[in-house]
Design a binder for this molecule. Structure first.
Ligand code: FES
Ligand code: FES
Length: 270
């Protein structure tokens, strides 16, 4: 394939699979692309304007300068696919399924009665999932903030928030104070217990634990491409080559290859 053709390619990953689009339409958004082009219909179309959060997915990027992978949630209806070059997209299908194994977030929302019609559930799941990728032991405040952009029209927010709070190491909710016991079941609350109903939503010990080692890894191919791009940026910014002679040799070799490649692309684009 000629370099000029390669430069027209939009490359990103969806749930660990490489997607290559030649001559991508800049007006197409990620939600349309997921649902109509690659037929991943788990991501829902609600408002189409970034308000309801039903279309939430996780987008990951590798920063070659800091060598860190960042994960952030995004409403797919507002993301043009052309902005995704070099990114990895994770949808609700990518984190777990009833055919293989459901993810702890999916399990806890289901067992915690956090879903009725289920329309908002994929978006809720992906918002919580993204939070857990960044903070495996989130605080209650982080959970409230992360769900701030997701609307639910039928369940009510309590079971959804309570399900998510089961990932907190400590919680303000009595049923999740470490032992999975409800305060209404304790002896000291005997008088209140007679007049009250235990509002416990689930047994925490039934849940599978969150295991961050089981998550999808960032595609290594994208790390290599981003690394090359970062190298070009360093070279452009006049960063000094490394002091070690071997590294210095690699630096100039890579710089030469990169400049040669860029020059070839410029010639072909005329
Ligand atoms: S469909 Fe409502 S935020 Fe995207
Ligand atoms: S469960 Fe129906 S919209 Fe949330």
């Amino acid at each position: 394939m000629s370099p000029s053709k390669e430069s027209d390619e939009l490359i990103f990953f969806v749930n660990g699979k490489k997607v290559t689009e030649r001559n991508a339409d800049p007006e197409v958004n990620l939600l349309f692309y997921l649902r109509k082009v690659i037929r991943l219909t788990g991501t829902k179309y609600g408002c189409g304007g970034g308000d309801c959060g039903a279309c939430t997915v996780m987008i990951s990027r590798y920063d070659p300068i800091s060598k860190r992978i960042s994960h952030f949630s995004a409403t797919a209806c507002l993301v043009p696919i052309c902005s995704l070059h070099g990114a990895a997209v994770t949808t609700v299908e990518g984190i777990g399924s009833t055919k293989t194994r459901i993810h702890p977030v999916q399990e806890r929302i289901a067992k915690g009665h956090g879903t009725q019609c289920g329309f908002c559930t994929p978006g809720m799941v992906m918002s919580i999932y993204t939070l857990l990728r960044n903070h495996p032991e989130p605080s209650t405040e982080q959970i409230m903030e992360t769900l701030g952009g997701n609307l639910c029209r039928c369940t009510g927010y309590r079971p959804i928030v309570e399900s998510a709070k089961s990932f907190c190491p400590s919680s303000t909710c009595c049923q999740m104070n470490g032992e999975g016991k409800c305060c209404l079941d304790e002896e000291k609350n005997e008088p209140e217990r007679k007049n009250s109903v235990c509002t416990k939503l689930y047994e925490k010990k039934e849940f599978q634990p969150l295991d961050p080692t089981q998550e999808l890894i960032f595609p290594p191919e994208l790390m290599v491409c981003s690394g090359l791009f970062g190298f070009m940026m360093l070279a452009r910014e006049g960063t000094h080559p490394p002091a070690c002679p071997q590294l210095c040799l690699c630096f100039y070799l890579l710089l030469w290859v990169t400049l040669y490649y860029v020059a070839l692309q410029s010639i072909h684009s005329f």
